[in-house]
Design a protein around this ligand. Structure first.
Ligand SMILES: CC(C)(COP(=O)(O)OP(=O)(O)OC[C@H]1O[C@@H](n2cnc3c(N)ncnc32)[C@H](O)[C@@H]1OP(=O)(O)O)[C@@H](O)C(=O)NCCC(=O)NCCS
Length: 136
């Protein structure tokens, strides 16, 4: 059984670090503006296994630091979280959801109607591209 809850930012840090920044210091997993975001956690059998953070600015929602613990990846948990956050963005009348996607994860977002913009860059050893989903 899985369920999604809003969680405090501190609960995202361990999974962010483990999945996204395994070779870097713990502080890399902490965002300066974490207190301004909405953080969602997916629990499977009462264990937190996937996290994502949402930052709203005007009519746009930025999705950041999406991570599923490695042994739980590819089992549909990210899909549950992504669908949930798209519903939140729609309910809140956002016009656009966007993210700085790691290039090797772009296929995940494409499945849910995100498209690549022409903005791409390289940072911390990864290729990124801005991906967006227009809601209305
Ligand atoms: C990307 C991520 C958050 C997705 O979470 P998840 O729990 O693995 O997602 P799901 O199991 O729901 O996957 C949904 C679909 O996307 C696919 N998918 C997952 N990760 C993918 C990737 N990196 N590239 C392409 N497709 C991917 C899955 O195969 C699955 O396809 P299917 O429905 O045809 O079987 C997770 O794989 C992850 O943490 N990856 C490492 C960190 C990362 O890259 N985060 C994103 C930074 S932008």
């Amino acid at each position: 059984m899985s369920h999604i809850e809003q969680i405090p930012p501190e609960l995202t840090w361990r999974i962010r670090r483990q999945v996204l920044y395994p070779d870097q210091e713990f502080g890399k997993a902490i965002l300066d503006n974490d207190d301004d975001g909405m953080h969602l956690g997916l629990f499977y059998e009462n264990k937190l296994i996937s996290v994502v953070s949402l930052f709203r600015k005007e009519n746009e929602m930025q999705l950041r630091k999406f991570a599923t613990i490695e042994e739980y990846q590819g089992k549909g948990f990210g899909t549950e979280l992504l669908k949930y956050l798209i519903e939140i963005a729609e309910t809140e009348n956002c016009k656009r959801i966007w993210c700085n996607a790691r290039k090797n994860a772009s296929g995940f977002y494409v499945k849910f109607g995100f498209t690549e913009t022409d903005k791409a860059y390289h940072k911390d050893g990864h290729d990124f591209m801005i991906m967006e989903k227009i809601l209305f």
